[in-house]
Design a protein around this ligand. Structure first.
Ligand SMILES: NC(=O)c1ccc[n+]([C@@H]2O[C@H](COP(=O)([O-])OP(=O)(O)OC[C@H]3O[C@@H](n4cnc5c(N)ncnc54)[C@H](OP(=O)(O)O)[C@@H]3O)[C@@H](O)[C@H]2O)c1
Length: 290
């Protein structure tokens, strides 16, 4: 597929991740690709391919997100941004051992802050660049990697503390919020040529579980032992990236929730458009209150 002239940002593209696999294919197909990681973005970019640009981005840090948005805005000029792939994310405490949430420096639950708020601040910051590309080509896109686990999220906890706390529910809630955000983004901007996709990649062998088990030496050791088996059961990053790549590139693709490269229906909670609109408004207030 020829993507020459298409400008793409892929967040969370560390070696071995879905983001790296996504960026690699988009670059192979000719796109101008910028990737982000928190640590050593240049090395991550080099590992992905020639002429891939790496940039540091920490979604939990307002200044870092704002700096990335400003830098990209300058870099892209009148051409703007054709595709934003919101891929970066975390799923911590896979053992559900936390009874209280781990909070970021600014007081938010860690999954909510990283996966949802940080991603939304970035998306809002890049909207002007996306709008410029949409105005030029009529086809700009935001592709956001969510998870089937959004089904664990409940709309009431989008606006109230999650009780009792469970890290899987917190992860699911952050992904439910992102599904709502893609619905609302499409409702607001589709007429301007900006489409929005929420993507479940499947169960993929990446670094996410290592991070989710950090601090548990026994479990980490057992997991290492069974890594060859796990690799056979789970999907490879390249295969897992296919739905993101499809949503980033397939011509005339309707907005919505995708898995296995097909449009499908998210959880009933995720289809409440009034909740999506309310969440967008509240998130917008949080973003401008910086
Ligand atoms: N793997 C699966 O089975 C699966 C299933 C469903 C959904 N997902 C979703 O797929 C996406 C990609 O995950 P993955 O499986 O590829 O995991 P991964 O290998 O752990 O990659 C996650 C990426 O996110 C970045 N990241 C983490 N915290 C960040 C922060 N605060 N700010 C900016 N970037 C941050 C990491 O950068 P650093 O390395 O620099 O920290 C890394 O590049 C995530 O949104 C995840 O929720 C994965």
């Amino acid at each position: 597929m020829g993507l020459s002239g298409r400008r793409v940002v892929v967040t969370g593209a560390s070696p071995g991740s879905l983001g790296a696999a996504t960026a690699r294919v988009l670059r192979e197909w000719g796109a101008d690709v910028v990737v982000t990681t928190r640590t050593d973005p240049d090395a991550a970019a080099r590992a992905i391919g020639d002429d891939v640009v790496g940039r540091s981005l920490d979604l939990t840090d307002r200044d870092s997100v704002a700096a990335f948005g400003d830098w990209y805005d300058d870099r892209s000029g009148a051409a703007g941004l054709d595709v934003l792939v919101n891929n970066a994310g975390i799923h911590l405490d896979l053992r559900s051992s936390w009874h209280e949430p781990l909070r970021t420096a600014d007081g938010h639950e860690i999954h909510w802050r990283t996966n949802y708020l940080g991603t939304m601040q970035l998306t809002h910051g890049l909207l002007p660049a996306l709008a410029r590309a949409a105005g030029r080509t009529g086809d700009a896109r935001v592709v956001t990697v969510v998870s089937k686990l959004h089904e664990r999220g409940r709309n009431e906890f989008l606006f109230n503390p999650l009780t009792p706390y469970n890290s899987w529910d917190a992860y699911g809630l952050s992904k439910l919020a992102l599904v709502h955000a893609m619905t609302e983004l499409d409702r607001r901007y589709a007429a301007e040529g900006l489409s929005a996709y929420a993507v479940h990649p499947g169960s993929v062998y990446t670094n996410i579980a290592d991070r989710g088990l950090e601090g548990h030496r026994l479990l980490t050791g057992v997991r290492r032992l069974f890594a060859p088996l796990e690799r056979r059961i789970l999907v490879s990053p390249r295969d897992g990236a296919q739905t993101s790549i499809h949503c980033a590139t397939a011509p005339s693709l309707p907005s919505g929730y995708y898995r296995d490269c097909a449009l499908t229906t998210p959880s009933p909670e995720a289809t409440d458009v009034e909740v999506a609109a309310r969440l967008w408004e509240e998130t917008g207030r949080w973003i401008v209150a910086a």
